[in-house]
Write a protein that binds this ligand. Structure first.
Ligand code: NAD
Ligand code: ZN
Ligand code: ZN
Length: 347
């Protein structure tokens, strides 16, 4: 099959690789219909030399081609969406849809290591398919299904983790596709004002169209603007959806006393200088998480069906898999009005 392979810093290529294999008796092989590029892929893309040879991609919708003998809920021909996060699939946490706290310690993202080849490819092996693949209901669009593989669950868990209460104010830092999902999910909890912070103009405009107050963080002015707009106090809940050291500090800086900061941006630093005084003297709560995708599906499907979460216009670009190189460059540059990019492996 053809697959997107990381070749070096800011370099991907579409290569012929060995066919996708069943990852075990509880696994399945899925022929990919559409797959998206995620901000998490960009972290790997920027450090491509360290991850050279990794087959990328963890946001996949496709059709089951083969199932292992232990798979019960799926059969060949089923159209499925695949969780970007997988784990052992049989411990109590995995059975509860919470693979991030897998009791076997096997939590992993597809397409981030050599051990778990990714889904920006013509086909993909899915471990523990009963747990980590879901048959796509007929009334769910392909785009909605792709969003359910990662970024909508991430946005939802980010909002849930921010402990938003009706009538309180929220800030969302980072308005990429993940932040924009988080923004909409924040609205489910009834906040008063939502400040939407980014440096890209069309993303600020998009957030405003969702009813948020855009805050341009160009020149490091984001925190000041949020504090000014709240009489110096800050907001009760902050969702951080960038992952830079600086934006995590920004998130802590614009939280009001007693507030909660919910980090969903990926930051794998082991030595981030942490402004302890901000948290300690103002009794902040900090949550950070990789999203446990499958556990959110039962909540998010009805919200999508009822139109409570808007997904139109999220995918701004669709390219054939063979143009993955161009697709990565475009998404990374945040130019041309790009928000989220779909790859089509059938072309
Ligand atoms: N926790 C999870 O499970 C999970 C899942 C998916 C993605 N992520 C992470 O979420 C983050 C966002 O992903 P995305 O796909 O939306 O990526 P993205 O790169 O499109 O979005 C990042 C946004 O942050 C903005 N930004 C950059 N610097 C900023 C600053 N100083 N102040 C304010 N905004 C700034 C960018 O302009 C951009 O719009 C990434 O770190 C990604 O790895 C986490
Ligand atoms: Zn992702
Ligand atoms: Zn497990």
């Amino acid at each position: 099959v053809r697959a997107v392979v990381l070749e070096g810093d800011r370099a991907v290529a579409v290569r012929q690789v060995p066919d996708a294999a069943l990852p075990g008796p509880d696994g399945a092989v899925v022929v990919v219909e559409r797959t998206a590029i995620c901000g998490s892929d960009l972290h790997l893309y920027h450090e491509g030399t360290a991850f050279a040879g990794v087959r990328l991609g963890h946001e996949v919708v496709g059709t089951v081609a083969e199932t292992g003998p232990e798979v019960r809920t799926l059969r060949p021909g089923d159209r499925v969406l695949v969780s970007g996060i997988v784990a052992c699939g049989h411990c109590p946490a995995c059975l509860a849809g919470d693979p991030v706290v897998c009791l076997e310690g096997q939590m992993a993202a597809l397409g981030t290591s050599h051990a778990l080849p990714g889904g920006q490819a013509e086909a993909l092996g899915v471990p523990a398919a009963d747990r980590f693949a879901l048959a796509v209901p007929e009334d769910v669009t392909t785009e909605q299904a792709v969003l359910l593989t990662d970024i909508l669950p991430t946005g939802y868990l980010g909002a849930l983790g921010a402990a938003i209460r009706p009538g309180e104010d929220v800030a969302v830092i980072g308005l990429g596709p993940v932040g924009l999902m988080a923004l909409q999910c924040a609205q489910l909890f009834g906040p008063a004002r939502i400040f939407a912070v980014d440096v890209v103009e069309d993303r600020l405009r998009r957030a405003a169209s969702f009813g948020a107050e855009p805050v341009d963080a160009t020149g490091g002015q984001g925190v000041t603007a949020v504090l000014e707009a709240t009489g110096g106090r800050g907001v009760a809940s902050v969702i951080e959806a960038v992952g830079l050291d600086a934006t995590i500090v920004d998130a802590l800086s614009c939280a009001a006393p007693g507030g909660t900061v919910s980090v969903i941006g990926v930051n794998l630093s082991m030595d981030l200088p942490f402004p302890m005084a901000l948290a300690f003297l103002r009794r902040l709560t900090l949550r950070a998480q990789v999203a446990s995708i499958p556990g959110t599906w039962a909540t998010l499907l009805p919200l999508l069906r009822a139109g409570r979460i808007r997904t139109d216009g999220v995918f701004t670009h669709q390219l054939p898999l063979s143009a993955a190189d161009e697709a990565y460059r475009l998404f990374d540059a945040r130019s041309d009005g790009v928000l989220k990019v779909l790859l089509d492996p059938t072309r």
